[in-house]
Design a protein around this ligand. Structure first.
Ligand SMILES: [Zn+2]
Length: 1001
């Protein structure tokens, strides 16, 4: 049969179609398939032949559905946050239990940080007590002199200094733009020309990097003078290299309150001494202003970017798991904050005072311990929750839904088998890969089999469910074509253990590509696919993840049906925002249901045209899931990237059915949240799934005055189900300083984190405001930040100087990158789907990812492999840095380019590509040939290390100079003016300067 199937029955000879439901069958009587198997369900018109496992046959579809619902009574779940989380407990004293002492498991030493998952706490914490502030939160104010300002080393060797202006009073970078002011610093280049006040666009190449000034004043502050001709200082690269030089040697210890960590570009080891590692939490400001007036005046956002389940570097141990016994973790009676190093024990250790709300709580007898002469518990360093910034608690059944220990989670794979999906090779690749990938489902102990169960669905405009029960000789298919009223036609045999059903699963995965090989069906549904996965998890009473492999706009008649609404004419207008809002409200409601069930949705898209990512991504984004997009997917060129993404996505550590709550000490509170999650109230961040790559950005605002003495304290608690079904709480504590002087605020900010926050804020604002308004307000806020500094913290200087705080030297360059990003400032050929895709992607990025995404890393690859253990030093993202004779690697976290200069030497080309001439390089290659020479090895090693650092696999694109691909490559040279009107860095710096001057005048 060659014609397109009309009912959802695959056109290819399907081995076993155990019942399908279609309207036309109503007159045909029961199909023959009814006799096949006990597990099969045959629905025929209004007559349903119901299998014995479901009891008496219902008489209608509705009845089947009702009966299914009836079977799920026990699984009916509340749609709100998990009970027990934040709920009042009667008393912190154990009700009727004799004191049993602490419940720590003293077992074998923790396995080293491979898994990223916690160990049982092995005993005394193997580290030194905090160095300077044993109890930072209650300690005296920080030493009067701040630690030496990081990132401001002496002028590095090889960094020529053309102008040097000490100005000991001001603690600033002075960037003098435009003509030198009378009495100011004389320019070194040609004299300024009249009419240059307006800072016209600079000519490419007119800036000489050697002309910049970069010098330190007693190792603390920089002053940089620029004018039109004597540019350029290279702040971006220099700041990064300085930070590496200064901070990568020694471990970063977290015991000192308010200490900004090394930059994300620096490799460093962390020692947890009471505050969460920067791998888990990064703040925009480590000196928070004491009052809301100060915060408002400075406009510096107060926010933390939190990556609760971050995978730590191999040399750092994952958080310990603490068990406080049957009564659960010790918490403050009033605000429910969890026991942490900042709680103060009083009355000989019988009670503790909460560091967040000051309430005094009794210490339960089993947790009692004596205090030493300084008021600290003598067991302080033996208990992670009293000495570390990050740790986990074992949660009790009070923390589980319906007070019931959760089932292990399930993974359901839902594969689009429409024409495009089959033709592109996607279906075949997915099925082939799953056969091996299923052996790598997440588990805590690599020795033990994963508890995660799996299920399989294929679909086009109808859905096919598969029974893969281990006792079957062959998998069985059940077709549900009533997509308007989705239900799961089988329970037993749908979710199975891989090891038990391996043979049947493999047989199924072999058959799927065959069954649909000749399909003509081009239409797909989408919402019913999610609905089906959700219902299956509901029926199994477990949390889990759906992996949906989807190709096209779901135009088939079904709930959540979409139409093509791509309208480029709206771009740049006030209506542009509507393009980023979901097309229909159906998906928002579906997302809510998914969250209630702990059903996380990951979406792999393979579009050949507009698929409305803005709408399709609603459920993934609301459930803590991920969206991957492979445009014009072709097996040959894109398989490697897709498979690497899929492997990582399936294997990565994650928590299910999670709720995150951020508590703060008096004076500030968490007011806003950004990321992939759902919120049904103002405090609980609900995450159907939370993987090791996801971040949640939290904004704080004052609700009272903060004190310099006590600082401010943040506690992030994430309740989740581990992949083996254990309910846990992960706690991250972070104490920061508070300051009454603006200068102190500006001394201790982190620009990368500020940019991460601003981007997420701006990308969300696009849903409600015109893009231009969003961009303007970003510029305005940054100008206010810098103007406030200039006005209040810098010494008087001429208006021609742009003065930047040391830690915000890079604010303008990064801000410009955000403003000209595809999302906020698209090129004419940027698709709406791409923008919607990037918008949601950035919203869950951590600081390291957003950093490289906005300011890509550009490495010059010199001829000899002289650096055996070091990476070449990156250069600025500007075309003028590219030498015709060179080779450059550029990475963005999503893309990886190898740019080859037209005059690259023969030896170099031979070493890298194995060809003697530029013309012979194949621009279509996606991986470098494996050649046995040090240069090839080194380069491939760098490419590999870049890939392992990023959550998504980067396909390598070889860009030959002057080739057409070079246009795409140049788009990432973000310091240059771009083709769609994005300003060069220099132009933007001038623009910022003008804005600041306006604010000051
Ligand atoms: Zn409290």
């Amino acid at each position: 049969m060659r014609g397109p199937p009309t009912s959802g029955t695959p056109s290819a000879p399907a081995p076993q179609v155990y019942g399908h439901y279609k309207q036309s069958d109503a007159q045909n009587g029961p199909p023959v398939s009814q006799t096949y198997t006990p597990a099969a369900v045959n629905l025929s018109g209004t007559q349903a032949t119901y299998s014995q496992q479901f009891g008496a046959p219902p008489t209608s579809v509705q009845q089947v559905t009702n009966q299914m619902a009836g079977m799920q009574v026990g699984a009916a779940l509340p749609t709100t946050a998990a009970p027990g989380y934040g709920k009042k407990t009667k008393n912190s004293l154990p009700p009727s239990r004799p004191p049993t002492g602490p419940q720590l498991s003293y077992g074998a030493p923790p396995p080293q940080a491979q898994s990223g998952f916690p160990n049982q706490y092995p005993g005394p914490v193997p580290h030194q007590p905090p160095v300077s502030q044993p109890s930072p939160f209650h300690a005296a104010p920080p030493p009067a002199g701040f630690p030496p300002q990081p990132g401001a080393p002496p002028s590095p060797a090889g960094m020529p200094v053309t102008q040097l202006h000490h100005q000991s009073m001001s603690q600033a970078n002075h960037v003098s733009l435009g003509p030198a002011q009378p009495g100011g610093m004389p320019p070194t280049g040609p004299p300024p020309q009249p009419g240059m006040q307006g800072y016209p666009p600079q000519q490419n190449g007119s800036f000489n990097s050697r002309d910049h000034t970069h010098h330190s004043n007693s190792g603390a502050f920089l002053k940089i003078t620029l004018h039109k001709y004597s540019l350029f200082f290279s702040p971006k690269i220099q700041v990064i290299e300085d930070d590496k030089a200064n901070k990568s040697g020694e471990p970063f210890t977290t015991g000192v309150r308010g200490q900004a960590p090394p930059l994300v570009t620096t490799n460093f080891q962390v020692r947890d001494q009471g505050n969460a590692s920067p791998h888990f939490v990064r703040c925009t400001a480590y000196n928070m202003p004491c009052t809301s007036d100060m915060a408002k005046q400075s406009q510096v956002p107060l926010a933390a970017v939190i990556k609760p389940l971050a995978t730590l570097p191999a040399d750092e141990a994952p958080p310990y798991l603490v068990d406080h016994g049957e009564s659960g973790p010790i918490r403050c009676n009033r605000c429910k904050a969890y026991m942490c190093p900042y709680m103060q024990f009083i009355e000989g250790g019988r009670r503790f005072q909460c560091a967040f709300c000051s309430c005094v709580t009794e210490v339960p007898p089993h947790y009692f311990q004596h205090l030493d002469h300084t008021g600290k518990r003598v067991d302080c360093y033996e208990r992670p929750e009293l000495s570390l910034g990050s740790y986990e608690f074992l949660a009790t059944v009070d923390y589980c839904k319906n007070n019931k220990v959760p089932q292990p989670p399930a993974f359901i794979f839902l594969i689009d088998v429409s024409y495009n999906a089959v033709k592109s090779g996607m279906v075949g690749i997915v099925c082939q890969e799953l056969k091996t990938l299923l052996d790598y489902l997440p588990r805590e102990n690599p020795e033990v089999e994963s508890n995660v169960r799996v299920g399989f669905v294929t679909y086009n405009k109808v859905l096919h469910f598969y029974n893969v029960k281990s006792t079957l000789a062959q998998p069985q298919m059940m077709v549900v074509s009533d997509v308007a009223d989705m239900f799961v036609p089988l329970l037993d045999g749908f979710l199975v253990s891989v090891s038990e059903s391996r043979v049947v699963i493999e047989s199924l995965l072999d058959k799927i590509p065959e069954m649909f090989a000749d399909t003509r069906e081009t239409e797909t549904v989408f919402a019913p696919v999610i609905q089906a996965g959700l219902d299956a998890l509901k029926a199994a009473d477990c949390a889990g993840k759906l992996f949906i492999f989807h190709t096209s706009l779901p135009i088939a008649e079904a709930p959540g049906k979409l139409k093509n609404r791509e309208d480029k004419k709206l771009v740049g207008t006030d209506k542009e925002k509507s393009l980023f809002q979901p097309q229909v409200s159906f998906y928002g409601n579906l997302a809510k249901e998914c969250v209630a069930q702990g059903c996380c949705v990951d979406l792999f898209l393979f579009p050949n045209q507009y698929v409305d990512v803005a709408t399709l991504a609603v459920v993934p984004v609301s459930t803590g899931g991920s969206v991957y997009k492979y445009r014009y997917f072709q097996a040959q060129t894109d398989q490697e990237r897709f498979l690497n993404d899929l492997r990582r996505d399936v294997q990565k550590q994650m928590g299910f059915d999670a709720v995150m709550r951020v508590r703060t000490s008096t004076g500030i509170r968490a007011t806003d949240f950004f990321g992939s999650f759902y919120m049904s109230n103002t405090t609980d961040v609900e995450l159907a799934g939370l993987d090791c790559d996801k971040t949640v950005t939290v904004e704080f605002r004052h609700d009272d005055k903060l004190s310099e003495e006590t600082g401010a304290l943040i506690q992030c608690a994430v309740l989740y189900t581990s992949c083996n079904g254990q309910r846990r709480l992960r706690i991250h504590n972070m104490a920061v300083n508070c300051c009454a002087q603006l200068a102190d605020l500006y001394r201790n900010c982190e620009t990368d984190t500020i940019i991460n926050f601003f981007t997420k804020y701006a990308y969300r604002s696009m849903l409600s405001s015109p893009t231009k308004t969003v961009r303007d307000s970003l510029v305005n806020q940054c100008a206010q930040i810098l103007a406030c500094y200039r006005k209040n913290c810098a010494s008087p200087s001429s208006a021609g100087q742009l003065i930047l705080p040391e830690c915000m030297k890079l604010l303008p360059v990064y801000l410009n990158c955000v403003l000209k990003s595809d999302v906020l400032h698209p090129a004419a050929d940027t698709s709406l789907d791409d923008r919607a895709y990037l918008r949601q992607l950035v919203s869950a990025m951590d600081v390291a990812e957003s950093h490289v995404f906005f300011y890509p890393r550009l490495l010059p690859l010199v001829k000899s492999p002289q650096y055996d253990s070091y990476l070449p030093v990156a250069v600025r993202d500007s075309e003028e840095r590219l030498s015709k004779g060179g080779l450059y690697l550029l990475e963005t976290g999503l893309h990886l380019f190898l740019w080859v200069g037209a005059n690259a030497q023969q030896e170099l080309l031979q070493n890298v590509f194995g060809v003697p001439a530029f013309g012979q390089i194949d621009p279509n290659m996606t991986s470098l040939p494996v050649l046995d020479n040090p240069y090839s090895k080194k380069l491939r090693g760098i490419v590999e290390s870049f890939r392992t650092q990023r959550p998504r696999y980067m396909k390598l694109l070889v860009v030959k100079q002057e080739d057409k691909l070079e246009l795409i490559f140049k788009h990432f040279l973000v310091e240059d003016k771009n083709g769609c009107g994005g300003a060069s860095y220099v132009d933007f710096l001038c623009h910022m300067h003008k804005e600041i001057r306006q604010l000051l005048s």
